[in-house]
Every structure is written in C-alpha cells, then in structure tokens.
Design a protein around this ligand. Sequence first.
Ligand SMILES: Nc1ncnc2c1ncn2[C@@H]1O[C@H](COP(=O)(O)OP(=O)(O)OP(=O)(O)O)[C@@H](O)[C@H]1O
Ligand SMILES: [Mg+2]
Length: 901
Amino acid sequence: MKIALKPRQGYFKSVYNQVSVLLKKNAITTLRGANSPLLRIGASFGFILIIFLVDIALQADMADSELFQNVFDPEVRSLNAIPDCSEDLYLKNSDKKPCYNLLYAPQSNPYVKEVVESVIVSSGSRPGRFLGMETAAEMDAWLDANKERAQATVFLDVEMVGGKPTGIDYDLQTNSSVRYFKNEFQSPNFFSQVPVQVAIERESTKMLARYKYGSSSSQADISWSVGVNSFAHPPMVIESRIPEFAAPFLYAVGMFNFVATLTALVTERQTGQRQGMRNVGMLESSFWISWYLWEVVTNFMSSTFIVLFGMMFQFRIFLKNNYGLTFFLFFLFQMAMSGFAFIFFAFMRKPQSAVSIGFFVYFLGYIMTSVILSGWPYDGKYEEGLNYVFYMILSIFPWNLLAKGLQDFGDATATKESPGIRWNERSSYCVTDKFSDVTFTPGVYTKPNCSMPLDEIYSWLAVEMFILLLIAIYLDHIVPNEHNNYKPFYYFLDPHYWFPKKYNGEEHFGQIVSDKQASDASPGAGERNEDVRREEDVLADKLRRIVSGQETTETEDERTAMAVFGIKKTYASPFSPCGTKFEAVKGVWLSVGEGQIFCLLGPNGAGKTTLINCLTGTLKPTCGDSLMFGYSVKYELDKIRTFLGVCPQFDTLWETLTGREHLEIFATLKGMSKAEAKLEAEQKLEMVQLSKDADKPVSQYSGGMRRRVSVAISLIHDPSVIFLDEPTTGLDPVTRRHMWTVIQEAAKGRVIVLTTHSMEEADILGNRIAILSKGELHCIGSSVRLKSNFGSGYKLLVQLSKERIMREPTHAEDVISKLNALVGYQPIDQSNDTLTYSLSHFDADAARGILEKVEKAKAELGLQGLQLNLSSLEEVFLNVARGQTGAVVVGGSTGVLEAEG
Ligand SMILES: Nc1ncnc2c1ncn2[C@@H]1O[C@H](COP(=O)(O)OP(=O)(O)OP(=O)(O)O)[C@@H](O)[C@H]1O
Ligand SMILES: [Mg+2]
C-alpha cells in the first residue's frame, strides 16, 4: 500500500517558483559574498581606466615624432655624404664582419673605377668600405651569401663612342629594410639610396664631361649639391590606438564573470549544496534555468557598465558606434563565455581550480585574438581553400569574435571624422570587395576586404550561448558526478528517459529475491546474528509476496513503513592497483515501522553515511532497493523526494545566507508558496530554538547552530521519512536534550532514521537500534534486547555497612558465602564496601527474583543498600565493535560468572 502523496504543483509552476528562489539565493550570495558585484563593476571600470591610461601614454610617445608636430619651416637636409655603414643604423651586421657602403661592378672597367674613386673622395668615406666586382650576378651572389652587410650596389654600364665614354646607364640597388630606431622609422630612401644616387650621378657627369671636353681640370666647373626637405605641415592628428590594444583588456573583464560563475557552481557541488537541493526535490531544469538567467542578469550589468564607462572616458568606439551594437557584442560574448563556464563545470570538482582554468582560457584566447587582429581569417578571401576551415573553427571561440567586432568598431571610428557604425548598417558596412572596387559613400563607414560583419558575430554568439548550455547539460548528465552517478552517453535516445518505465514490483524485486537465496545458501550465512537473520527473513518474505503479486496487510505496511532490501554499495577505488573494489555496505536488510525512530550505530567508517546516502537516492546502490511507504527509491525517487527530509552528516549551508533564508529557500524548493514558506521557516526556527539568531548569516553561527539549521531543514514541509546523520554532533548537553524532544515529537506518524555516536542518545531515542560494523548489521532490536544479548546482562550492586566491616574483619567474607548459598553467585568485583554481581543472560524476571531474595535477607545480612543495573548500550557497542557477539565482558575487566542453576 502506497501512501497518498501531497498534492504537487504543476511542472511549470514548480519550475517558476524554484527558479525565482534560486535566483534570489544567487543574488544574496553574490551581494554579500566575497565575489561582490562591486568587484565586477570595479573590474569594468578598472580595465577601461587602464585602456585610457595606456592610450594617453602611447599618444605622448608619438607626440615626440616630428610627424605629430607643427612644422612651419622644415630644415633642409644635406645629402652629400653617403652614410658610413659602421653607424649600424641600416644594417644589422650582428656578426661584426666588415660591412660595405657600396658594392660596384664592373671593377675592371677603368671609367667605372674612376667614378667610384671620385665618389669615395667626395663623400669622405674610407676606401675599404667600397667593394668592387665584375658582374651583376656576382654582386647578387655576394648579397645572398652576406645578408645585411652592404647598403647599396651599383652596376655601371659605360657607353663608348670612338674610344671615349659618352654616357652611363646604371642600376642602383639599396637595402630596403626599414629599421625602427630611437622612436623613428629610418627610411632607406632618405638615408642611403638618395645619397648614393646623387654621388654616382655627380661623379659620372664630371667624368663624362672631362672626357667630352678633354679637360682634366673641369671638375671644378661643375658644382652639384642636393638638399631635400618636406613641405611645411600642420601636426598630424594623434589618433587613438585603442582598437589595437583594447581587446585583451575588455576580454579580461569578461573573464571575471567566467571565473566567478565557475567558482560558484563548483562550490555548490563540492559542499553538497546541489545534492541537498536535489534531495528536497529541486528539478534539474530549475537548476539550469536559474543559473542561465543569473548569467543573463550579471552579464547584462557588466556589459552595460563597460559601455557606460567607455563613454564616460570619451572613447570614440563607444561614442560613435551605435550603443546597442557595442552593448550586444559584450553581452553576447559574456553569455557565450558563461556557456563555456558551464561546460568546464561538468569536469571540475574543486572550486580552487576555477582561477587556474580562467588563466588558461585567457591565455589561449590572448594568443588566438592576436592572430585575429592581424586580419586573418576574417578577410575578403575567407571562402578560399583552407581559409574557410579556419574561419569556422576560430569562430567557435567567443574571444575571436569579440576581437573581430572590436576591430571593426575601432576601424569605423579611426579618425575624428570617421562616422562609426549605425544600427542598420551592422551588416552592410562589411564588404568582401577589394578597396579599389568599393564606392565609398561619405558619412557611411564601409570596410573593404571584410567578412564576418557584426550581424554575423551576434548570430554566432547567440547560437553558441544556447548550444554550449545544451552541451553543458548533456555533459553534466554523462560525466560521473561527485557521487559517481552518471547516465550512459546515449541516455537521451532511451525512450524510458522521457517516459519513465512504470515500476513493476514483480520484475524489479525478483533479482533481489534470487540474490538473497544465493547468499543464504553460501557458507557463513548461518553465523549471522539471530535477530538480524530473522529481520532478513521477514523482509525477504515480504518481497516474495510482492513478487507474486499478493496484497500486504495494513499492519504489516505500518510495521515496515520503510523496508530496506539487501542494499549493497561498492566503491571502486581509483587509487588501488587493478581497480580493487571496496564494499562499504554489504547487503543490509532492515525495516522501520511508522512512528519509530531507528538508530543506526557503528564505528567510524562502518558505512552508516553510505547506507543513508543509498536510501536518500544520493548514491546509487550497487544492489538492492528500498521501499518507503510503498515507493521504490530506485524507480520512484522523485515521488519519494516529496516526503523526504535529510540532515546530512556535514552541514551544506551557504555562509552568506541567514538561517531564515535557508529555511525559506528549502521550503520553496519543496513546493510551498511564498507565504507558507515564511511561516514554515518561522515555526522550524522556533522548534530548534534559533529564532533569536535567525537573521544572522550562517558564517556567524557556531557549529551547533549550523547543525540545528540542518536539522530544521530536514523537518521542513512535514516529511514522512526523515534521515538524520549525526544530528546532535557538536550540540551542548542542554540543546542536545532539547533536540531529542524535537526528534521524538517529529517521530509521530513518521519514520526517522538516525545515526549517532552517543549511546545515551540511541538509548533514549531509539525504538529500535542496529549496530553496523564493516558494512554489515551485527545486531538489531530494542535497546533492552541488545543489552540482554550483547551486554553482560544485569549487575547487582550490594552495599555493606562500613561500620560492620570495621568491627568484624570477616564480615565481607561472611556475606559473600551466605549470598552464594542463597542465590548461587560469587561477586565479580569487591571494592571496599561494595560487592558487584553480574547476572548475565538472565531475563528481567529472573533478575528481579534474585533481587527479591536478597532484599528479604537484607536486614539479616546487615546490608546497607541494593541496586540492580542493566548493562549500558556502550558496553554492547564495544562488544559488537570488537566482534564479540554473545560473549560478555564486564567493564573490560576480570572474569564472568555463569549462572549455576
Ligand atoms: N566516495 C567514496 N569512495 C570510496 N570509499 C568511500 C567513499 N565514501 C566512503 N567511503 C568508504 O566507505 C566506508 C564507509 O564510510 P561512511 O562514510 O559510510 O562511514 P560512516 O559509518 O558514516 O562513518 P562515520 O561515523 O565516521 O561518519 C569508509 O571506509 C570510507 O572510507
Ligand atoms: Mg558518517
């Protein structure tokens, strides 16, 4: 018989409610957390400020150059001298071999020789800096073998008429490498080519004149001097270089959100908060929608701030381009980056790694964007050959699209006169035609040789932000989570994923029944404790009846409101050789009746938490299943979660949320309306005596107060089954006793499973107690039953009169022998005036009989007092933990007295 489930909200209503409360949680944790929005706004502001300062510095640097100054009367530059290559301005000459001002050919021609010698003399150079050769080919070969060692070469072809030189053809070659030296680009034209040219022409003309007019003194007749200068000019406008270097900084602003999102998500997973919310019925869709919307909100804010700060600092790219265009570029870029954060989340376990991942992604992006800024592959030729492949691959990465977008914005506002890009031009400004083929319209920005316009960038980013989210959700399902739960990679193809299979007791439990039969037949099965075996048999019987389709009675349903059928949990250890497996829970069968508190005891590492996690659906058991009020944990977990309350062993609370906010959030996730959740939070806070501190953030709570919040969360919305994993750890004795009352109150009509290391607690609270050790149940039953089975039974303390012992030294011996005669026992301990008798393995009636006999003889024997004690649960625990089932140890001392009769 299944209990009726509480009426549930419709799917869309619960998603709506859950998403709103999760968004509220994100907003509060962000507002109050270390990752405050101030930091985000600060990052936008800080990076824009850096860009501003770098721009100012670059402009100041450029202002030194003559180009940017007002030149009214340019100086004439004399060009007479050929510069000496040793100045090392135009030649690298790094290997320090001799360098040459000029190579010339053909050296065997006497007229050529004459010209070159005059050049050397007139330019005041050293003759060693001029190298003669025979042919042009020889010079080329020399240049090829001696890179950067000659400034220029000249080949002179002397025309001869009647044995006299009448004209000269010459070829001049110069080293055209432009060198950047002391903030200036040294133009080879000015600095080497023109001087060489002028010298050669001057000396050739002189030589020809000499032969033509037959005068050797005619040199002085021709004067030849050349000077060059530029026009007078106004200063060149200093252009902002922002588009060239801003991309990496603006990209860095986006990375802040990436790291913040990744950290928050992984922290929620690592602390168990996500699992905690799942346990109360948080839907996966609510989880993802809430995070996605949260990203929309934060990215909207941060993109707005980037654009606003950019305008504030008067950046042309923000002022002249359409506001919507710049905003969308940042917003969509950041949304796509959030998609990447979701994908990384699927693989990450530790929030600390988020920063390292952030650095890695930033570095990767930095390198890629430098390529994009060089103009490839988003150019007019993008469709040719391999270009297209790179075009597609590089567009997958949002930072590349950001860089391209910023580059276009920068180009469109390169000068004061540039018009910028308007909203309706977001696609048309970018044309694939070459510059020469484009007709430019004044006042409209057109970019030739361009592909990937803004419009296309937005489409890529928008598609990416959805696809990356879908991939992230898929990965979240198939990558093993912190509890090693995952679905097969083809899970979405399985029709049962979309339309869950109706759970069929017969089919489902048949395997468990046959496994049980096999394990009963195995050697060693008979060594199990009698009560444990009986429990197993009763439950196996119930299973068999379910399998054969028989109805269960109402009393049985009540007795086994929760029934655990052979739960096994094996952890595969990734560190042990050959993937050794560790069985943490080895086939546990137990039942808890309605209204009962079931205490699970056991030493550290016994498997209590593992068992509870299997029962709450946090862990998937390796074998077995359990029924809670008729619902199977394996197949109907979502239904069970509507009546489940879980207090995990370790508090999974948000440091920045208050106790009240925690309770309200969990109540809403469980399906309560806003008003109901408020009331429920108030009640539960009062129940655990936290009303006074309800509005303090959890970070200011003591360990015990946190524990009480966790217990209160587990009691929200009247759950029918409550699991409390060490609920009272860290509570002071007064609060602990109060908590016992709370738990006892809560037990009415419900099932409570509780683990504890306090024997007193188990003794007081537990209707039934089981001791788990090394994954196996060693005993199960009421406290009294365990004590009589595993404790030393009853202890009779007989108090003698101190005075009589003083008066009669043999008094104690007398009493011992008389009592031996009366009840047939010897004391196990004798200290001063107290004799201790251990009445082991007697039931309560027999013990009482003995007590009565001794009571009657009290006066006669001169006894001062009598006390009958039951052995403690602690003793039972120690016995079981030491593996001494059935044997009796008293205080770990002396011997054991067996009854004689
Ligand atoms: N994720 C895991 N992977 C591998 N082994 C695990 C894992 N979790 C628990 N174990 C092992 O399973 C055993 C049972 O652990 P469990 O946490 O259930 O013990 P417990 O009874 O709750 O102990 P405690 O009283 O200390 O809380 C331990 O030996 C533990 O080392
Ligand atoms: Mg535990």
